[in-house]
Write a protein that binds this ligand. Sequence first.
Ligand SMILES: [Zn+2]
Length: 286
Amino acid sequence: MALSTPASFCGRILATSLFVGLALGVITSPLLGNAGAAAPAAGGGGQNSGALDLLMAGNRRFVKGRMLHPDQTIGRRQDLAKGQQPFAIILTCSDSRVAPEVYFDQGLGDIFVIRTAGNVIGDHVIGSIEYAVEHLKASLLIVVGHERCGAVAAAVAGGHADGHIGSIVEAITPAVKATAGRPGDQVDNTVGTHARMTADALRTSDPILAAAVKAGHLTVLAARYDLDTGRVELLKANDEVEVEAATEGETKAAPAAGAPADPHAAAPAGARAAPAPAEHAPAAGH
Ligand SMILES: [Zn+2]
């Protein structure tokens, strides 16, 4: 079903995913197998329960240097050649230090990743997310900004940016204005605010994402990645300054302490009951 969408588009997505995943596999440990493969077998098909917990558990492993490198076996690669069902979508920066497959300790086929400098959005980004929600049934989207983001720093510094870089600065400028005059480091303040504003924009993006959120099929969160500690911190929905760290401990029982930024969600994605697959009707025409 995952591949019932336009073959060329999906093929490109899958090829890109495999390329990134394989590259990471070479760097890490491609033969360690699925010992830590906690990813739901059914992927995102209406089974977002636990998705946040899976990511945060992976991040805790990464922070402690106890990665399991799940889903990077030859078998996993071959299984995925038939189709993909990633359980979460990550929008983050292109910065070479913030690869989400690494800092969430995930493998091939686990997360659908979109990266742009400064994690800015536009039609291509939103369309990619819509594709992952509507056709791949991913039910959790996290916008992850990061400490000392160069794109955000450029926007804070202001001034002229050459070429198309200006479009990135322009996309971050609203967050720069929103944080002007606040105490603390403006780059870091802007990183958080920009992630939150981006999550808000995606949550209310018509027609597909807003409808998915309203129907309970999609939860959108904002987060910040700390370059020094490797920790991903969920951002509070209504607090522009403070961040809420991911829960400690290794169990999956407790959802992350951060309130979901999604005002439509009754609970964090990790604590939500999985909607029946039938509720998420396949898109017409595919
Ligand atoms: Zn960045």
